[in-house]
Write a protein that binds this ligand. Sequence first.
Ligand code: PMP
Length: 343
Amino acid sequence: MMSSIARSVRLLASQQQQPRFLPTSNLQQQQVLKKTIGRYFSTDTVFLNGEYMPKEEAKISPQDRGFLFGDGIYEAMPFYHGRPFALEQHLKRLENGLSFLRIPYDVKSNHLLEMFQNLISKNELDTSKRCMTYIQITRGAPMIRNHAFSTPGGEQPTPTIYAFCQEIQYPSVERWNQGFTCALVPDRRWGRVDMKTVNLLANVLGYQDAKDQGCDEAILHKDGMALEGAHGNFWAILDDDKNTIVTHPTTHDILPGITRAVLLEEARRDGRFVVEERPLTLEELRDNVKEAFFTSTTVELKPAVSVDGKPIGDGRAGNVTRELWTLFQKRIERDTGVKMLYS
Ligand code: PMP
C-alpha cells in the first residue's frame, strides 16, 4: 500500500510538476517534501537511546512497555529561536512523572538541554520563532509481557528514551481573533491525569468527538465541572466588572500545565485581575462567562468563542484574553530575549 508520504509526493508532483522524479525511499520522499512544502510537517533527525539518527532509522522493540501498556511519561517543551522557555518547570514535571511511575531515569544527569539543542540545530530549527522538543521515556522492553514490572529477583528493563523536535505552527492574528469553537465532552480519563503519561486515549477520543461535531476544541467535563481541554488547560473570565479569571486548581483531575503556571504568575503580578483557582461549574460556563481560552505549550493562549453552538460573550476573542496573551508574550520576551509581541 502507498504510504501517506508517497501519496503527498505524487499529489505535489501532479499539482506543481515538482518534484520531477518520485524518490523511492521514505527518507528521500521526506527530504523532497521538506524542500517543497517546508519543514513544519516533520523533522528528520531524532534521538533514540543516546543516538541521533534519521527518523526512518529509529526502531523500537514491539516488546516495549510503552507500546504494550502505554507505560511511559512524556514532556513537550517550547523553544523560541532555539532558546528554552520555562525549561526547569518542564523538567521538574518530567521528574515527578517518572518518580510516580517508578521508572529509573535520572533527569538531572542526562544533559537534556544539550540534547534538545542538538536536535534543534540538527533539524535547522534554531531560527524558527517557535518550536517544541518532545521527549518520551518508557519502561523499556522486557523479555516477556507481564503487567508487573518488578518481580522478586527479576531484572528491570532499561528505559527507552525517544526525542524529536518540530516547528510550532501558530495561528495568524486574524484566525486568533476569530477564536475557536468548543464542544463539551465527558471526561473519561483515569484518576491521575496530573501525570503526563503517554496514555492519551480518552484525550484523543474526546478531541475527535469535538471534531466530529464540527468544533475546533473539546472542553472535558466531570461531575458538573468544566475541567480542561483535551490538550490544554481551560480558563474563563467571569461576566463581572472585576475581570475575575477562573481556572481549575491543580488537583489529580487536570494536568498542571506549565503555561498555566506561568500565566498565573504574570496575571497575579500584573494586579489588574482577580484570580481564582477553583472548579468552574457548567452553569457558570453557560450563564456567567464573557471570555474563555485554553493554554498550552504549543498554543500559548487560544481563545474559545462558543460552547456547543452558544457564543461566549460576543463570540470573538475578548480583550481580557488579549491582555493576558500580551502579558504572556512579554514574559517570553523577558526570559528568552526573543521579540514576540503581536505575531
Ligand atoms: N492539559 C492537557 C490535558 C494537556 O495535554 C496539556 C498539554 N500537554 C496541557 C494541559 C497544557 O500543559 P502545558 O502548558 O505544560 O503545555
